[in-house]
Design a protein around this ligand. Structure first.
Ligand code: PEP
Length: 259
């Protein structure tokens, strides 16, 4: 049984004061979450949020990393630096970085391998655009991104990765994939992971859904056996809506957990 995971992607939002307040509210509202929870603030707030989460069950993550450990890479942050701050996870290959910052599959792959080398879990994002879905290319696109993103990763290390299926047409649009649409792609991705690693390893890898997840749709999405939790953007910026999503994800299978 895979432990549900809910990851908050705060994107480029929040002053230090806002980040501290949001992290404190999430921590206090989720004393004993029956799901793994990770907050990914902007780099500038990582240290402050780390202090607030210290001693809680809520983990710290980052939204991006470089592929080298150190060097002349102005403006970049390495996985080693993230590990030092206590990040357990890093989002890699988010569609906003692919779209707006020219991040290619080759770069994504280097980042995935660099994160693994530093003991930081890569959360690899894949997903098709609306046009690609209309053209029937969904599986082709996500397969290409998955195979390229995980290229050269040993079967053992594959077991340390997390994947997020985030259709571009659902990110920040208010239009989420239906549980059936998401589940179909998750099942396909898990089949590919079986090929790349083994059936056992693939069964243990968590595949999250991302794209307009809110407290009122998280339940039906996370009830799908193939959906192991959520990567949440907009709705993670308000403590109560994020806490609501975590509760729904933790309740996979029916019963509503009490924190
Ligand atoms: C995201 O940025 O990963 C995301 C899923 O955003 P939103 O929840 O706002 O659609």
């Amino acid at each position: 049984m895979r432990t549900p995971l809910v990851v908050a992607n705060w994107k480029m939002h929040g002053t230090l004061g806002e980040a501290r307040a949001l992290a404190s509210a999430v921590r206090d509202g989720l004393k004993r979450p029956r799901a793994e929870v990770v907050l990914c603030p902007p780099f500038t707030a990582l240290a402050a949020v780390a202090e607030i989460l210290a001693g809680s069950t809520i983990g710290l993550g980052a939204q991006n990393c470089h592929w080298e450990t150190q060097g002349a890479f102005t403006g970049e942050v390495s996985p080693a630096m993230l590990a030092e701050l206590g990040c357990r996870l890093v989002i890699i290959g988010h569609s906003e970085r692919r779209q707006h910052l020219g991040e290619t599959d080759a770069l994504v792959n280097r980042k995935v391998r660099a994160a693994l080398a530093q003991g930081v879990t890569p959360l690899l994002c894949v997903g098709e655009s609306a046009d690609e879905r209309r053209q029937g290319l969904t599986f082709t696109v996500v397969e290409g991104q998955l195979r390229a993103g995980l290229g050269g990763v040993s079967p053992e290390d594959l077991g340390r990765c997390i994947v997020a299926y985030e259709p571009l047409w659902a990110i920040g649009t208010g239009v989420n994939a239906t549980p059936a649409q998401a589940s179909e792609v998750h099942g396909y991705l898990r089949g590919l992971l079986s090929e790349l690693a083994s059936k056992e390893t693939a069964q243990a890898i968590r595949i999250l859904y991302g794209g307009s997840v809110k407290a009122d749709n998280a339940g039906e999405l996370c009830r799908e056996p193939e959906i192991d939790g959520a990567l949440v953007g907009g709705a993670s910026l308000q403590a109560q809506s994020f806490i609501g999503i975590v509760r729904k994800a933790a309740a996979r299978g029916g019963s509503h957990p009490k924190e």
